[in-house]
Structure formats: structure tokens, C-alpha cells
Design a protein around this ligand. Structure first.
Ligand code: AMP
Length: 463
């Protein structure tokens, strides 16, 4: 979802849906808990008891918004949808917390619709009042005013006008609906609890937490509607070449979540192995930047037969450093979060593996910490290509002028960070590690945006 089209995009989110369970709200709460890494700023659940929709949302983590089972008392009914939201400064307000609800329908959105001008005009002409600055609310209003006999007709009419990334769960009084955009930018999976309960979630780790079995992915361009006696699948009329987000595989999704039947832990180890083949280093130990660098570091170490060691201990009680809006806070964030283990590092030639470099802040501090702990050499290896372009499809990235790789060569980045050597995984290597099974969105690495809209190009030119 999008807050401010001029400065970049601020949200990565997680969505869930539950149909046919006496404790639908509790299931949704647990599933959202498993998706907490996708959003820590706000959360919400809506349920339906067949007659009315009931909702609760708030700012903060799941266990802040929903403190214990009693917090769900008002969320009656056998079906539910839910949302966790990630944002940075500016858009971090209660009015933007999801799901959004019109009374008739509630909607939870993971993704981003960068060009909403025309749709905004359409809904304004119908006199619709908006409560938030969110593109997700616009989608909901568009569906609410859409012509059509059935909810599926109305969704098809609406989404045919929406160009962007969206994995949606939608709640009506008597059904839940899951939709994925024709490119399949963001993930969305379907599972089953027992014989009667159908669940949807952004990632498979949310199925595991409620003992659901994985049925399948919601396909790009697919609408699945679950009602009392049926599960039906429809297609959006536009078909596009699939463009699943590569960064979900690199960093964003949890390592225990599965894509194409494989946990990302394994996929990321392969990224490390290929990185080692492409850019080896002569070193005594390989360490990871925890937690996101661990699988690739293990893969790197295995491929070169260098011992994998724990070089940092991470404090888990501080949120992702990326959340901090000010550069200075980010410095403090890294120092608070990671503590080096000096005995392991002293007098060693160290390879340190991280998943990505965005502004370069984290890496610069980490390298300084390693040298201060006695490392003789620090070879930084990154398990994705240089991030040169902002994401318009739902991953939080700063403007281009803050992306270090958009403005510096690899050698200049190395100099800035202060490491002995620096190398990134190639795009071909990353795709290879990710299985080459689907076509991917690699826009943040190569600027090849799958959706070319006028507005998007204007934004790019402006940043
Ligand atoms: P930076 O200090 O700006 O270079 O940030 C790099 C660190 O942020 C890496 O350690 C990544 O694990 C993490 N990171 C990269 N992209 C994102 C993102 N979109 N949201 C949150 N964290 C990220």
C-alpha cells in the first residue's frame, strides 16, 4: 500500500483469511502473529457472524493490539480476515491501519498501487468519503461502488482498473475472497484446517502455526471465493507475465516459509553457495549478519569449506533497524541490536554475509565493529545484486538518492563501508538459486518495472 507517491513507498504487509471455524478470530490472530515480520506498526482483524462485520484494529504488535483471547470477545463469527502493517515515519497513523471496512465488506491488502489518480476520481464522483491516505481503501471503495450482480463481478470490474501489486483477503457477510494480482508480485497461499476450515495467508509459516495443511498458492490473476457450500475459482480478465518479487526470497519472507515446495532457508543457502562460487574469499571463518544473513552465510561456508562461526549475538527485543526514520537512529539501532563475539573474531580473516545493502549504514557499522573486535580482514558478501532502484510494488525502499548502489560503484561502496573486499551475488545467480521456475520481478536490481505507467515514470524521474 502507498502513502505518498512523491517520496517512495512505505509498506510491506501481511494478510490472512479464515473461513468456517468457530474460533475464526483466534486463528486469524495466531496467523498474523506468524506474519509479524511483515509488519510491526499496526494490526487488525474483522470477522463476520453472517449478519454483520465486527472489527478491531490498533497500532503496534499483534500482542499489543490483541492482548490475550479476551481482546477477541467482540470479534464474533466463523470467518475472519486480518492484516499486519509495516510503515515508516509519516504514514504511521491509526487511520491507515487495516483491514478497511465499509460495513458491507472488509478488505486487507498487501502490495502497492502506485497510480490511483483515475480511480480516486471515479470514487470521488460517487461521493465516497475516504478515511485514510491508503490505496487499499481506494480498492475497497471501488469494489463497493462497482456494478455487477455478484461480488465476483464487482471485484473483476474493479480490479480490471487497478494496475499495481495486490494480494487481498476480502470479507463479506457470507464469504471470504482471496485475490492475487495478475503479476503475482506478493505471495498468497491457501490451506486447510481439518475438513471444513479454509485459510489464506501471505506465507506458509502462517499455515503451520494453526496446523493447516498447504493446499496451493493462489495463482496470479486468480480470485478464490469461499462460501458455505463451495470454493470457487475465477480469473481476472488480464493475463500478464508472472513477476514474483525476488526480494521476498532474498529477505522479506520468513526462512521457514515455502516457495515451490522448498523452505526459503534452503533457497537462501543456495544463494550463499552460488555467491561463493562467483566471488570466493580466502578467509579463516564465515559469519552472518543475524538473522537474515544466516542461511546464505552457511551456504557460503559450506561451498568453500571454511568454518561457519557465530560472530554476532542479536538482541531480539528491538525491532528491525530499518523502521527507524532517522539515519542517526539507524546507527544506534544496529549497535543496540548486534554484539560481536571478540574471541571468535580476533586475528581472523572474516567473511561476513548479509542479505542486502540499502543505504549502506548497517554494513558500515558492522564492518567497523568487526575490525574493532580484532578481525584482520573483513570480506563482505551480499546475497543479492546491488539494490539500485526503488520498489513500487510493496517493499519499503528509500528514494533513489539514498540507495547507495544507485549512486556509487561497487569499489566506491567498499570504500564507504571500509571493508577489505565487497562482492554481490549476480542477478543470474540469484534467479538460479530461486529456482528459475517462474519469471521474477527484479526491478530493484535492474530497473525493469513490469508495470510501465506514466505516473510511475514521473515519480522515478523525480527521485
Ligand atoms: P542499510 O543499512 O540501509 O543498508 O540496510 C540494510 C539492512 O536492512 C540489511 O541488513 C537488510 O537485512 C535490511 N533490509 C533491507 N531491505 C529492507 C527492507 N525493505 N525492510 C526492512 N529491512 C530491510
Amino acid at each position: 500500500m502507498q502513502e505518498d507517491t512523491k517520496v517512495g513507498f512505505k509498506d510491506e504487509c501481511g494478510v490472512v483469511g479464515v473461513y468456517g471455524h468457530t474460533h475464526a478470530a483466534e486463528l486469524a490472530r495466531r496467523m498474523l502473529f506468524a506474519l509479524q515480520h511483515r509488519g510491526q506498526e499496526g494490526a487488525g482483524i474483522y470477522t463476520s457472524d453472517g449478519e454483520a462485520l465486527h472489527g478491531k484494529k490498533g497500532m503496534g504488535l499483534i500482542d499489543t493490539v490483541f492482548q490475550g483471547p479476551k481482546s477477541l470477545n467482540k470479534l464474533r463469527g466463523n470467518s475472519a480476515i486480518g492484516h499486519v502493517r509495516y510503515s515508516t515515519a509519516g504514514g504511521n497513523e491509526l487511520c491507515n491501519v487495516q483491514p478497511f471496512c465499509t460495513g458491507e465488506l472488509a478488505l486487507a491488502h498487501n502490495g502497492n498501487v502506485p497510480d490511483t489518480e483515475e480511480i480516486e476520481r471515479t470514487i470521488a464522483e460517487q461521493g465516497v468519503h475516504r478515511e485514510s491516505t491508503s490505496d487499499s481503501e481506494i480498492i475497497l471503495h471501488l469494489i463497493s461502488i462497482a456494478p455487477g450482480k455478484t461480488i465476483v463481478d464487482r471485484i473483476i470490474w474493479s480490479l480490471s482498473q487497478v494496475r499495481g501489486s495486490y494480494s487481498l483477503t476480502i470479507l463479506s457477510k457470507d464469504s471470504i475472497i482471496a485475490v492475487r494480482d495478475p503479476f503475482g508480485f506478493r505471495p498468497l497461499v491457501m490451506g486447510k484446517v481439518g475438513e471444513k476450515t479454509i485459510v489464506f495467508a501471505s506465507e506458509t509459516c502462517a499455515l503451520d502455526i494453526v496446523g493447516a495443511t498447504f493446499i496451493r498458492e493462489v495463482e496470479p490473476g486468480e480470485i478464490i471465493i469461499v462460501g458455505q457450500s463451495s470454493v470457487e475459482s475465477y480469473r481476472l480478465p488480464t493475463s500478464e507475465e508472472e513477476a514474483q518479487c525476488l526480494f521476498e526470497r532474498v529477505y522479506f519472507s520468513r526462512p521457514d516459509s515455502e516457495y515451490d515446495g522448498e523452505p526459503l532457508q534452503q533457497t537462501r543457502e543456495r544463494m550463499g553457495q552460488i555467491l561463493a562460487q562467483e566471488c570466493p574469499a580466502d578467509a579463516d571463518i564465515v559469519i552472518a549478519v543475524p538473522d537474515s544473513g544466516i542461511p546464505a552465510a552457511r551456504g557460503f561456508a559450506k561451498a568453500l569449506n571454511i568454518p561457519y562461526e557465530v560472530g554476532f549475538i542479536r538482541n531480539h527485543y528491538i525491532g528491525r533497524t530499518f523502521i527507524e526514520p532517522l539515519q542517526e537512529d539507524r546507527y544506534n539501532g544496529v549497535i543496540l541490536k548486534l554484539n560481536p563475539i571478540r574471541n571468535t573474531l580476533r586475528e581472523k580473516r572474516v567473511v561476513v554475509v548479509d542479505d542486502s545493502i540499502v543505504r549502506g549504514t548497517t554494513s558500515k557499522i558492522i564492518v567497523a565493529m568487526l575490525f574493532a573486535s580484532g578481525a584482520k580482514e573483513v570480506h563482505l558478501r551480499i546475497s543479492c545484486p546491488p539494490t539500485k532502484f526503488p520498489c513500487f510494488y510493496g517493499v519499503d525502499t528509500p528514494n533513489r538518492n539514498k540507495l547507495i548502489a544507485a549512486n556509487k560503484t561497487v569499489e566506491q561502496i567498499r570504500e564507504f563501508i571500509g571493508c577489505t573486499s565487497l562482492a554481490y551475488l549476480s542477478l543470474a545467480g540469484l534467479k538460479n538459486a530461486a529456482g528459475n521456475k517462474t519469471s521474477f520481478c527484479s526491478a530493484c536490481y535492474d530497473g525493469q518495472y513490469p508495470i510501465k505507467v506514466k505516473h510511475l515514470l514521473q515519480i522515478q524521474a523525480a527521485i
